[in-house]
Write a protein that binds this ligand. Structure first.
Ligand code: SAM
Length: 248
């Protein structure tokens, strides 16, 4: 496969959607290989417990290091002598997951995702993965909010990464003109019929004038970005930022 993905979780069923749609098809086509592992298979006490109370006190439970170490070792044991997967650990305190990071991860041949629950995973698991297993470890956040577990974050990340792997999306051109590919949001889109419930499609789109359509779409992208995501225009205040400033 072009990309191999392993996911370790206490809720394997949560990852079932990775069988559907374009990701499911890419798996069936052999472009993508996805394996989901149950962390509890590496918990050996009577209750198969994976969590314990936090040192230092505080609310909630922390995921124990031993099941995690065994689970990651079992995944890495499938590697060839020089192969090392990149370990992605979802967490609200991680680096933000962006389109740029999706592109970076799509270059990797093998990704392993470690889904935390409760108050997260004992920090020494990450040190063990880095120092003893030789993995590159990245803590990655889906956004500035708190989920109950890493599974939803993994669904989002795998979908964003996999669609960039060659062959997963039939029409590669559809990847180029998208929000977050060049710093601007996407223009509004329309399809038949026209009019619909009394609402007309913008006339320029029916004109057949490709230059006029491209100009209209560019304006729409600038206006939309300025209205919804001014932060995207601010950092560099390059051409796009200036144009919007002048126009408003
Ligand atoms: N106590 C942790 C903190 O404040 O950083 C939050 C733990 S959260 C309740 C449980 C798990 O959900 C995390 O270990 C992580 O796997 C996942 N998670 C929560 N929010 C996330 C986010 N924004 N991005 C990625 N993963 C997230």
């Amino acid at each position: 496969p072009a990309l191999r993905v392993d996911v370790v979780t206490i809720f394997p069923d949560y990852l079932a959607p990775l069988d559907l749609s374009l990701i499911g098809k890419a798996r069936a086509d052999g472009i993508l290989e996805v394996a989901v592992h149950d962390l509890r298979e590496h918990a050996h006490d009577r209750h198969r417990s994976v969590d314990d109370t936090p040192y230092g006190g505080g609310a909630g439970m922390v995921m124990k290091p031993q099941p995690w170490a065994e689970a990651l070792e079992a995944v890495v044991a499938k590697a060839g002598p020089t192969e090392r997967p990149r370990l992605v650990v979802p967490g609200p305190g991680g680096a933000p997951f962006t389109q740029a990071m999706a592109r970076e991860l799509a270059q990797e041949p093998w990704l392993v995702f470690a889904c935390g629950r409760y108050e997260g995973i004992d920090e020494r698991v990450l040190d063990h993965a880095r120092e003893d297993l030789g993995l590159e470890v990245s803590v990655v956040s889906l956004g500035d909010y708190v989920l109950n577990g890493g599974e939803v974050a993994v669904l989002a990340m795998v979908e964003a990464v996999a669609r960039l792997v060659p062959g997963v999306i039939g029409n590669a051109a559809s990847l180029v003109e998208e929000s977050h590919e060049d710093g601007l949001l996407e223009y509004p889109v329309y399809t038949k019929p026209d009019p619909w419930r009394g609402r007309a499609v913008p006339e320029v789109l029916l004109s057949g004038n490709h230059a006029a359509i491209a100009a209209w779409r560019h304006e729409q992208r600038l206006a939309r970005t300025a209205a919804r995501r001014p932060d995207l225009l601010h950092p560099s205040l390059g051409d796009a930022g200036l144009e919007v400033r002048l126009a408003t």
